[in-house]
Design a protein around this ligand. Structure first.
Ligand code: PMP
Length: 402
């Protein structure tokens, strides 16, 4: 088998040889900047300003309004400061960041993790820092992956959505005209696709990657905190040792703002040195880091995941027994109606019945596959779920879809 992986150690050695290698401040020095203790208690709102039920948020575990998460943010603001004040490599590094990164690495089963100021920055920064020769990208990957591919200047090959056979064909075809054995190849995919509710076939993707010596990078933005023990799909499928880069956002289930990358020590060291959105951007606000840490702790050890998945099962059953088609296998429930006007009429119909769930249209989804994206959270109770189902039943009948 060819090795088309990435020589991160070699690049780090080159930085050392040229006296360019940088490191984050040692933790004992970061500690001098102060720390805080975390908290308890909490109510979870699911209503918008007009008191309509929102079934369209990425706040999947309902933790943005949890008192414990809010207290963590408040205390970090009060004791560490509201802003990092500088890039992490300058003076913006705090123990709050380190705590979050340690917890992320532990959850993800990796050596280390690194916080970015957004998931967007994490994708762009990681793909460009890796400097791949060739990228294989799922056709429905998030825009921040697409932008990372473009900005990296790598040859990018797009394969069919969640289709490991299409991926394999793309690698096989490219292998026939590989310039040299020294090429580095990166396969990149979302794990849970936010508009489709589909889940990437990660096990098969890893098999293809291993056959061709490529690396696998996953974006777990819509999975982090929700699957096995508060991890993502990588943890649910036990693929920690086969996926090279695990990336995600702190802004969805983790109820905060920011992004992260988890992986080997060498990967994180490379990103500290070469990921431009990390090096040249102010560190994540300590308040966001502290809120995300507390939310991750609650995702792993609280009951929010259980409540979310109960709501998902109840809604999926209800929609399917009404006769709606609900593809995918995640917490996102896309009700595919096809026609744009039907989707807009359904959105308006449920809105009249006090439920907010937006119609998704091209260019976000392919022509003829307009849908309503229903996203329950752990903060919805049984009555909320019943209200949602009744609204769809009535509006769907009115629009002539049922
Ligand atoms: N990746 C995916 C799959 C996303 O859905 C998003 C956010 N919509 C991002 C990355 C970007 O994350 P952030 O909002 O933290 O920039």
């Amino acid at each position: 088998m060819e090795d088309r992986g990435f020589d991160l150690e070699g690049r780090l050695d080159a930085l050392v040889e040229n006296d360019l290698k940088r490191s984050l401040t040692p933790a004992d020095r970061v500690a001098e900047r102060g720390y805080f203790a975390a908290p308890s208690g909490g109510e979870l709102p699911v209503l918008d300003a007009e008191e309509a039920l929102v079934f369209a948020s990425n706040n999947y575990l309902g933790l943005t309004a949890d008192q414990r998460v809010q207290d963590a943010a408040r205390q970090a603001g009060a004791t560490v400061g509201t802003g990092a004040g500088a890039s992490r490599l300058v003076t913006g590094d705090t123990l709050v960041h380190r705590d979050l990164e340690r917890l992320l690495a532990e959850t993800k089963g990796t050596d280390r993790a690194l916080a970015f100021s957004s998931g967007y920055a994490a994708n762009v920064g990681t793909i460009t820092a890796l400097e791949p020769d060739v990228i294989f990208s799922d056709e429905r990957n998030h825009a921040s992956i697409v932008d990372g591919c473009r900005l990296s200047g790598a040859e990018t090959v797009v394969y069919d959505h969640c289709d490991a056979a299409s991926l394999r064909a793309a690698l096989a075809e490219r292998a026939e005209r590989a310039d040299s054995e020294a090429e580095s190849w990166l396969i990149v995919t979302d794990t849970v696709f936010s508009m489709d509710g589909t889940v990437a076939p990660l096990g098969s993707i890893c098999e293809v990657a291993e056959e061709f010596g490529a690396w696998v990078m996953v974006d777990e933005a819509h999975a982090t905190g929700l699957y096995a023990d508060g991890g993502g799909i990588v943890q649910a499928e036990g693929l920690e040792d086969r996926v090279h880069v695990q990336l995600g956002t702190l802004s969805k289930a983790l109820a905060s703002q920011g992004g992260y990358v988890a992986g080997s020590d060498a990967l994180v060291e490379l990103l500290v040195n070469e990921a431009r959105p990390f090096v040249f951007s102010t560190g994540l606000t300590p308040m966001a880091a502290a809120a995300a840490s507390e939310a991750l702790h609650l995702a792993r050890h609280g009951d929010a995941r259980e409540r979310l998945w109960e709501n998902v099962a109840h809604l999926r059953d209800g929609f399917e027994s009404m006769g709606f088609e609900v593809p995918g296998e995640s917490q996102i429930l896309p009700i595919v109606v096809g026609d744009r006007d039907d989707a807009l009429a359904l959105e308006a119909g449920v809105r009249d019945r006090n439920v907010i769930a937006p119609a998704i249209r091209p260019p976000t989804v392919p022509e003829g596959t307009c849908r309503i994206r229903v996203a329950p959270t752990a903060a919805h109770d049984r009555d909320d779920v019943v209200t949602c189902l009744e609204a769809f039943q009535a509006a769907g009948t009115e629009v002539g879809l049922l």
